[in-house]
Ligand binder design. Structure first.
Ligand SMILES: C[S@@+](CC[C@H](N)C(=O)[O-])C[C@H]1O[C@@H](n2cnc3c(N)ncnc32)[C@H](O)[C@@H]1O
Length: 221
């Protein structure tokens, strides 16, 4: 994405950034009511979160499949966040808001307990070098943070093209087996024929012939 194309993007009311988070009030007064980002009449809908939305393909395709669910996407790369918010605005996806924030920071400081029925994490950065593995998003402490924000039977949905990262996910999922049951992955309705999820990265990696793996972690009752 070039700077020139980014200038023409319009995040409209779909895009939210630190100014919108600051508008909730003093930092330690949180957690905040994220539903106020949506139209008044739709604020009691179930909420779902996507972490690392990239160009927003999953949210563009999945949100019209479930018009009675409100979705929040998080993306920390500013150019991708702007691209995704602009795309969702052009597609009039009124049940989606796209936040420019780092996921851990957002979860810890702005998200109340028990509000998301699903958290989608598709093709997270694999950080393949051993010395960078510690930067991986999916780790036991992070899974415990996500557990806090899930509804009583809420789910985390994970998919990756990276075999070593999948083995790592399995290991970290086992470390939180006291609070999560592991289930077989079921593709979302928006996935195309033969697709696992149908994100941009999946489509790119499919052309390269990479294998995919996925799992669901469901909060134990
Ligand atoms: C490999 S891309 C996958 C994008 C998209 N999910 C897909 O499948 O096409 C991973 C994305 O997650 C974002 N990301 C990584 N770590 C993040 C974090 N801690 N908070 C928010 N976004 C993050 C990256 O900027 C990147 O856009």
């Amino acid at each position: 994405m070039t700077a020139k194309t980014a200038i023409n993007l319009d995040i409209g009311h779909i895009g939210k950034d630190q100014t919108h988070l600051d508008a909730f009030g003093p930092f330690d007064a949180g957690p905040y009511d994220l539903t106020t980002w949506f139209d008044q009449a739709t604020r009691d809908r179930p909420l779902e979160l996507e972490i690392g939305s990239g160009k927003g393909t999953f949210l563009v395709n999945q949100s019209p499949e479930h018009p009675d669910i409100n979705y929040i996407g998080i993306e920390y790369a500013k150019a991708y966040w702007r691209h995704a918010a602009d795309r969702l605005r052009r597609h009039a996806r009124e049940n989606v808001r796209m936040v420019h924030a780092e996921a851990g920071y957002f979860l810890r400081n702005y998200v109340a307990d028990g509000i998301f029925q699903q958290v989608h994490i598709y093709f997270p950065d694999p950080w393949p070098k051993a010395r960078h593995n510690k930067r991986r998003l999916v780790q036991a402490p992070f899974l415990r943070d996500v557990h806090r924000i899930l509804t009583p039977t809420g789910q985390i949905r994970l998919a990756t093209d990276h075999l070593d990262y999948f083995a790592w996910m399995e290991d970290h999922a086992a470390q939180v087996s006291d609070i999560f049951d592991r289930l077989e992955f079921v593709s979302p309705e928006s996935a195309g024929e033969g697709e696992l999820v149908g994100t941009n990265f999946e489509r790119k990696y499919r052309r390269e012939g990479r294998p995919f793996n996925a799992m669901i972690l469901r909060k134990k009752p």
